[in-house]
Design a protein around this ligand. Structure first.
Ligand code: PLP
Length: 390
């Protein structure tokens, strides 16, 4: 499909291409100096003591769940409204996924009160997701987890660069923060992920597990720091390779600028769509400055209107998406405990509109015009829109 306004877009500069070419020309492609430099730069950016680069956000969550000691028989509380990888991390470890509710239409993130109501003696961890790039209530969740001796893992795959209520970088309030560098994310390199923590023991365990539980890696042996290795844990190959790290390092200095562009487009969307009687825009204007805007969701009155809007926008070349609730997915019909009613309903009536740092004001205007047309607004909404645009 040749979208006139795609859901998202990435700008790779000549400097990025040169950075990857330099890496390729160096002849060292597996985990090495670029990965180490990316880890150092990333830890500094988010303000964490340790950062461990891995092959994806999913791998980051999987290793974080293992490091948090999640084992068969445990329960892990995960929002019902998220991407499946948040829940899969618990299932990989043989745990039961306990799906918690969203706060509501003005905040799609997980509800700390619902989390509290779902804690049992089997609960091991809570995975808080910074959905769409808006920070979840991780300070409240941290206090709750401390009270019940639970591990708090922050799924920050969508939240890199967002600030939490206390002003911390999303991903650094819990014990372990997991990020994704998938091509749609704020810092995209294709595929990649990162785990951050202030706990040196957790960092060391994750480092070990990402590379087969081996006591030395190929780069150490190449440098002559080690001649052989032992395998001291049952690990994985979740390593990040050098070209991906080189691209991440090259793109990272532009992350704040990209986030600022996302915020500008979100402000434009919010101003233009606020007047539409059928549209609810989650979160508030005040939240825009501390969010990193992975995506821009709107809520429609019901699923039928939502479907109508998505089909209508697709017909004019505008790509949208939506997240099915985890409780609706075929593979998650068993093995879960569901305490989530609001989130199922919100999943059915949200629509994610195009957003990227590459989008222009004109692109947003195209989308807004199409939204109004598809929803066949009444006169009042039209004049509200005219006022918002002028
Ligand atoms: C909330 C959330 N968690 C985890 C992931 C998994 O990240 P990755 O695609 O890098 O494995 C994603 C993105 O795809 C996501 O949106």
């Amino acid at each position: 499909m040749n979208w006139s306004v795609p859901l998202t877009d990435v700008r790779i500069t000549d400097d990025d291409v040169e950075a990857v070419l330099r890496c390729l020309r160096s002849g060292w492609l597996t985990m090495g100096p670029n990965v180490q430099a990316f880890e150092r730069g990333f830890a500094e950016y988010v303000g964490a003591a340790h950062a461990v680069a891995v092959s994806s956000g999913t791998a980051a969550l999987h290793l974080a769940a293992i490091a948090a000691g999640v084992t068969p028989g445990d329960e892990v509380i995960v929002p019902n409204l998220t991407f499946v990888a948040s829940a899969a991390a618990a299932r990989y470890c043989g745990a039961t996924v306990v799906l918690c509710d969203s706060l509501g239409p003005t905040d799609l993130n997980l509800d700390p009160d619902d989390v509290r109501s779902l804690i049992t003696e089997r609960t091991r961890a809570v995975i808080a997701v910074h959905f769409m790039g808006y920070a979840a209530e991780v300070e409240a969740l941290r206090a709750l987890c401390n009270e019940h001796q639970l591990h708090l893992i922050e799924d920050t795959a969508q939240g890199l660069g967002a600030r939490t209520r206390s002003g911390a970088m999303a991903g650094t309030v819990g014990e372990l923060g997991c990020y994704s560098f998938f091509s749609k994310k704020q810092l995209s390199v294709g595929e990649g992920g990162m785990v951050v923590t202030d706990n040196p023991d957790l960092a060391a365990r994750i480092r070990l597990l990402r590379s087969h539980g081996m006591t030395s890696v190929t780069w150490d042996r190449h440098l002559g720091y080690a001649e052989s290795y032992d395998v001291v844990d049952i690990g994985f190959n979740f390593r990040m390779d050098e070209p991906h790290a080189a691209l991440g390092l090259s793109r990272m200095p532009r992350l704040d600028e990209d986030t600022a562009s996302r915020r500008a487009r979100v402000r434009q969307y919010r101003a233009a769509l606020a007047a539409h009687p059928a549209i609810t825009i989650p979160w508030s204007d005040r939240d825009v400055a501390c969010s990193s805007h992975f995506a821009f969701p709107i809520l429609l009155p019901d699923r039928r209107t939502c479907d109508r809007l998505r089909l209508g926008l697709a017909a004019v070349g505008i790509q949208t998406t939506a997240y099915p609730a985890i409780s609706e997915l075929s593979a998650y019909q068993t093995g879960n405990r569901v305490g989530a009613a609001r989130s199922t309903e919100l999943a059915q009536r949200h629509c994610v509109l195009p957003l990227s740092p590459v989008m222009t004001e004109a692109d947003v205007e195209t989308v807004v015009t199409a939204v109004f047309e598809v929803l066949e607004v009444d006169g009042a909404a039209q004049s509200g829109r005219a006022a918002a645009i002028n």
